[in-house]
Design a protein around this ligand. Structure first.
Ligand code: MG
Length: 406
């Protein structure tokens, strides 16, 4: 039987890996919908290769450009904007939706897909970070599976199969530690966006690469895991594992620890999420344990990487706090990539935004979107203030600022 897939975020890092798996199994998977952002050229190539029923891009301008490149027979098959992404997510012929849009923009299309009864391959962690309770309830109500594509959650999902749910003692999420694991707190003030984008083990998009460098990515994953596996945040431990071979672990009450290992390649979790419970013989380099014999594990440094701690705190506080954390982080990462703030100030922007955020109980998706918007505005003003402070400081103190304590 062929699985009909709508892919949200098709031109990104996850999206292109999904298409690579699909390409290896033409009889097993068919792409019926593609949604992307602004990379219209890459999307054109994907449309020509996979011939979907419906295509969506971010803007009206992008849609016009795509139509011009593809020709008039695509006129009724190109849509745009949030409604366009939702149309692709709810295409009647799609049975599974892969949600790989980056950031908060992934929430509404993913939720719409769940409400339309589509099974979800989830790579967009923000969906659960922002609205975990709503999303999991909607999934139960509509009887859809949410299969994690994030490598850690996919690993946990696989490890959980080794025992019974009530016998889980804790979840151990591994983190590579990012490119700045060895740097001192002082050195972090001088790292550039290019240095932060160079991840040692994984090839990823810009946003998630910065999140990996601050460990906010791991923080978001802790929140994602708590919703996905219905486990208290206190029972989720983060362990730094620089080799990225052990993708995460589950410890059961009898002391047995089950891990999932493999080369760091997103096609493994993608293939598992798409073919579950079957496994696909995908074509990629295999794990060589003799070559990778040094597997090491360390405690995370919460002082050097306060973003991780902020995520734990936001998760524990609950309500709209994690949505505010995510929104503030998106603004801060953007500001760092644009040279407006320095690397340690990313966590500072998040901390100051959360301090001012008045968390609400989440009753509906509007509550979440409101919190997202107000946290964004708050974070913008913190970014502005930091920019002014550091311009003044640069004039006065060429030795550089001391680390502020968040
Ligand atoms: Mg991950």
């Amino acid at each position: 039987m062929t699985l009909n897939i709508s892919l949200l975020g098709s031109t990104g890092s996850i999206g292109t890996n999904v298409l690579d798996v699909v390409r290896q199994y033409p009889g097993k998977f068919r792409i019926v919908g593609l949604a992307a952002g602004n990379n219209v050229e890459r999307l054109r190539d994907q449309v020509e290769a996979f011939n979907p029923q419906l295509v969506s891009v971010a803007t009206e301008k992008g849609a016009a450009k795509l139509l011009e490149m593809l020709g008039p027979k695509w006129r009724d098959k190109i849509v745009h904007g949030r409604q366009g992404a939702i149309a692709v997510a709810t295409l009647p012929d799609a049975t599974t939706v892969v949600s790989a849009i980056v950031g908060a923009a992934g929430l509404l299309p993913t939720l719409s897909a769940i409400e339309a009864g589509k099974h979800i391959g989830l790579a967009n962690k923000e969906t659960l970070v922002m609205a975990g309770d709503l999303v999991m309830k909607a999934a139960r109500k509509n009887k859809v599976n949410i299969l994690p594509i994030d490598s850690e959650h996919n690993a946990i999902f696989q490890a959980l199969a080794a025992g019974q749910r009530q016998d889980v003692f804790k979840i151990i999420l591994t983190a590579s530690g990012g490119p700045f694991r060895e740097k001192s707190m002082e050195e972090l003030w001088d790292v550039s966006p290019d240095q932060a984008l160079a991840h040692p083990n994984w090839e990823m998009g810009r946003k998630i690469s910065i999140d990996s460098a601050t460990l906010m990515n791991k923080g978001l994953e802790v929140i994602e895991a708590s919703w996905l596996f219905d486990i208290k945040v206190e029972d989720i431990e983060v362990v730094i594992h620089p080799q990225s071979i052990v993708h995460s672990m589950v410890e059961f009450i009898d002391g047995s620890v089950i891990s999932q290992m493999g080369v760091p390649d997103m096609r493994i979790p993608i293939a598992y999420a798409l073919s579950y419970p079957d496994r696909l013989r995908i074509n990629l380099p295999r794990l060589n344990l003799i070559k990778n014999q040094d597997l090491s594990f360390h405690a995370p440094d919460f002082k050097k990487f306060p973003a991780l701690k902020l995520a734990y705190q936001a998760c524990k506080r609950g309500g709209t706090m994690p949505a505010a954390l995510n929104a503030a982080n998106e603004i801060a990462v953007e500001a760092f990539l644009n040279g407006k703030i320095r690397f340690p100030e990313i966590a500072l922007v998040v901390a100051e935004t959360l301090e001012r955020h008045d968390p609400k109980e989440i009753k509906d998706v509007d509550t979440v979107l409101q919190a997202d918007l107000s946290a964004r505005m708050q974070a913008e003003s913190v970014v502005e203030a930091l920019g002014m402070r550091s311009r003044q400081k640069r004039g006065l103190d060429l030795a550089g600022p001391a680390m502020p304590v968040a």
